[in-house]
Design a protein around this ligand. Sequence first.
Ligand code: GDP
Length: 195
Amino acid sequence: MKINKSEITALAVNEKQYPKDNKFEIAFAGRSNVGKSSLINTLTNRKSLAKTSNKPGKTRTINFYNINDQFRLVDLPGYGYAQVSKGEKEKWSKMIDDYLHNRENLVEVILLLDIRHEPGEHDLTMYKWIKSYGFNGIAVCTKSDKLSKSQITKQISVIKKKLGIADENLIIPYSAEKRMNIELIWEIIEEILEV
Ligand code: GDP
């Protein structure tokens, strides 16, 4: 994918603030701190288009990124961050639910998982939801630079089993640091956008 233009077009906390057009959207879901912002930066070749942070729980809005005026990448607020109040958590989950359930522009939700950990309860719920809505169920396993080749193979098989992924093309080890499999992720996104 050749990126001629990448820019943030909207930060939304409710539906009224979503961009109003028919452009397709590919959303990234995952735990807080899993590496969603870093993935958007790596995909777009930008250092800080999406704000990264080593403190979990930073992204509290749904962030829409315009790519080449053709489609959008969407960064959903990270879930599973313990250090926030119950009220705040409910607000986030409503924000995510509203987007996922009602957004007609949405053509795929890609789940990000930290390759070092077994998927948690929230990851499983999200993955089941993604499948139940008829999306492909693509899992991108972040931070693969932190593991050896053999550890990567082992963890991919652990995650695959836990999420019940039969097709191994749907699970991709990835690293922002090493730009591992960036081309592959773009190819998958391009294929989805052709639909
Ligand atoms: P988000 O909360 O899901 O948007 O996560 P961020 O993209 O802000 O990343 C959280 C932290 O993980 C930051 O300190 C990143 O530098 C780090 N990080 C993200 N992706 C990778 C990766 O592939 N490898 C390594 N080693 N660190 C990563």
